[in-house]
Design a protein around this ligand. Structure first.
Ligand SMILES: Cc1cc2nc3c(=O)[nH]c(=O)nc-3n(C[C@H](O)[C@H](O)[C@H](O)COP(=O)(O)O)c2cc1C
Length: 221
């Protein structure tokens, strides 16, 4: 499975089997984190076998089961790194998918008090990504159309249309898809609309667009 196939195959999964994740797969994730750290100041922690992290009232009634493995994404307390968190976190989500693992971004319904994450005094926890072997591959959801997330782009080149197509497959908090693309020559603008966690969403969407549109075709405005 290549990365664009991973984009198409990915759906959020909240119910996992009890199968242990192979060491090689954890190592592959750690290697990707090491690569990301060459270009990002974010901090990532892979936590396995933590039965408490998703065991909250909300998570319990909000349908997580056997979710015991996750990647915690931490940033500097004084920096706004939410968009970066989305961008690099999605790189890990798609790697999981290629490794045969399922995932779910989780900003809200995890146990913020009881978990195995080590947070340094200058750090803040931005988001976590649950991963594991899903009971299923998840379900597709209703998605916005090209017209709903673009402005004056009917005659846009194919690379732009393909970028938006894959951006529409990106996970967003509450499936809100609160973003809009516009194009001016080779300049592409991605704007955030109203909603919660939209800064993280925008990073995820940006990553998907870049994967499909080919970075040599455009520059971000
Ligand atoms: C930034 C972000 C935060 C999210 N937080 C939660 C969460 O707290 N609990 C949850 O069950 N799902 C959460 N999700 C998963 C979304 O609900 C899910 O991605 C969305 O409904 C679209 O479904 P899909 O991922 O299958 O395409 C979050 C997703 C994102 C991108």
């Amino acid at each position: 499975m290549d990365i664009l196939q991973a984009v198409q195959a990915r759906h959020s999964v909240r119910a996992y089997t009890t199968k242990t994740i192979e060491k090689e797969k954890i190592n592959a994730l750690q290697q990707e984190i090491n690569d990301i750290k060459q270009e990002s100041t974010l901090n990532f922690q892979i936590v396995t076998n933590d039965p408490d992290a998703f065991n909250t009232m909300t998570a319990h009634y909000g349908k997580f089961s056997n979710a015991v493995n996750y990647i915690a994404i931490l940033g500097d307390k004084s920096e706004g790194q939410d968009t970066e968190c989305g961008y690099y976190g999605e790189r890990l989500v798609l790697l999981c998918q290629m490794l045969g693992l399922n995932t779910c971004w989780v900003a809200l319904t995890y146990n913020k008090k009881k978990n195995k994450i080590n947070i340094a005094p200058n750090e803040k926890l931005i988001c976590v990504i649950a991963f594991g072997y899903g009971v299923s591959q998840g379900n597709d959801h209703k998605r916005k159309s090209f017209e709903q997330v673009t402005k004056n782009a009917q005659n846009a080149p194919d690379w732009f249309k393909k970028g938006v197509e894959y951006a529409l497959l990106a996970p967003t908090a509450l499936n809100q898809q609160a973003f809009r693309f516009s194009i001016n020559g080779n300049k592409v603008k991605l704007q955030r609309r109203l909603g919660i966690y939209t800064k993280i969403d925008i990073g995820i969407v940006k990553y998907h667009f870049e994967l499909a549109a080919d970075k040599t075709n455009f520059v971000w405005e």
